[in-house]
Ligand binder design. Structure first.
Ligand SMILES: Cc1ncc(COP(=O)(O)O)c(C=O)c1O
Length: 374
């Protein structure tokens, strides 16, 4: 790490393994399926680790992620509305892929059924339910039952499979989540009851997020969870109590490039490495990241290639050339800014602490051409 050019994204594989094991242990204890969201890491290698650890399939957000992950598992869920021309592109996934999509609008059914028929494949369909985030998803039982009926009547190329929701509005600590989770549970329960009465009981109820990961059992009826961030965690995760700093597996390695301005040290990781993502977990704390080894030191402002460390709360006085590891506010958007991930494995006696490299094949929008991802 002393010789790597910075800024560089560094992944601690021992922590990744620990994070995966914690999720597996929890889901097994509660009889839940685990379908991690790959939008966080965009790496087929890390997705393979997740499948080997016990994931039942993968969640993707984009056609490219689906294409890149198809060689990793045949069981893919697109947790994003399949709107043409994405629909046609998705139908070009390898024939062995069992694709499920989530949607909240019947206008998407006809193009989806047509594309599926032309491609000779059956596509599973989940109805997206809004459980409080107010982003996408139908509001309640009548709308969900109506759409579920349309799906099950849409012909042999679409298969009604169930429900999907994302509790992205729950961004408080586990101890404060109970009333919010009860709200989710009661919305879901009303929909499940209505579907049952309509003879449309869902085979799948897919939910989950990183802040609520270990509280998922408080939502009766859930069959699987789709955490993404929890493979790495980030400053948000730690602030929300979903992880400790010891669990954070992804950091941006940066070099101090200036200490000329009193009270500050400037590093070479700015918004193009950390992202300019707001820190919302704790009001008044702001900034764009903290140092892994000195969490009292925050990145208080960023330009594209500069990050300003605030030294007000520390006696530490870095010098130009010193290196730091920064925990970004939101890891998924930081990963998306990188060309590759550098990995190290403190637990691997054979290779010591040498750096490995993982391509981020799922980044970008372009279609994957044949063996590019293998
Ligand atoms: C639809 C959907 N499912 C799952 C996730 C994963 O959530 P988290 O990043 O909290 O792990 C996200 C995150 O944005 C999402 O949008």
């Amino acid at each position: 790490m002393d010789t790597v050019e910075t800024p560089a994204a560094i992944v601690d594989l021992a922590r990744v393994r620990r994070n995966l094991e914690a999720t597996v242990a929890y889901t097994r204890a509660h009889g839940l399926g685990w379908r991690p969201h790959v939008k966080t890491h965009k790496s087929p290698d890390l997705a393979r680790m997740q499948m080997d650890a016990g994931a039942s399939g993968l969640t993707v957000a984009t056609p490219r992620e689906a294409e890149v992950m198809a060689p990793v598992t045949p069981d893919l869920l697109l947790a994003h509305p399949p709107v043409p021309p994405k629909t046609e592109r998705l139908m070009r996934l390898p024939p062995g892929v069992r694709l499920t999509v989530a949607l909240d609008d019947e206008a998407l059914l006809a193009p989806l059924a047509r594309a599926a028929a032309e491609a000779g494949r059956t596509v599973g369909v989940l109805v997206e339910l809004d459980v409080g985030m107010g982003r996408v998803g139908l509001a309640g039982p009548p709308e969900v039952v109506a759409l579920a009926r349309r799906i099950s009547a849409a012909g042999p190329d679409l298969e009604w499979r169930g429900l999907l929701f994302y509790p992205g509005h729950i961004r408080v600590t586990a101890g404060e989540q109970a009333p919010l989770l009860a709200g989710v549970a009661s919305r879901l329960d009303a929909v499940l009851e209505a579907l049952q009465r309509a003879g449309l009981a869902p085979a799948v109820v897919s939910g989950g997020s990183t802040p609520t990961l270990f509280q998922s059992h408080l939502i009766p009826g859930l069959t699987e969870i789709r955490p993404g961030t929890s493979i790495f965690h980030d400053r948000d995760s730690v602030a929300l109590g979903a992880a400790t700093l010891d669990d954070v597996a992804y950091t941006v390695l940066a070099t101090v490039v200036s200490t000329a301005v009193p009270g500050h040290a400037v590093v070479d990781a700015g918004s193009k490495a950390l992202a300019r993502e707001e820190f919302r977990a704790v009001p008044g704390q702001g900034g764009f990241g903290i140092l892994l080894d000195r969490p009292e030191v925050r990145v208080i402002s960023v330009s594209e290639e500069h990050g300003v460390l605030d030294l007000a709360g520390t006696s530490w006085r870095p010098r130009v050339g010193d290196r730091v590891r920064i925990v970004p506010n939101h890891v998924c958007v930081s990963v998306n800014l990188q060309d590759r991930l550098l990995t190290f494995d403190p637990g691997d006696g054979a290779t010591g602490k040498s750096l490995g490299e993982l391509p981020l094949s799922g980044r970008g929008r372009l279609a994957v051409q044949g063996p590019e991802v293998c």
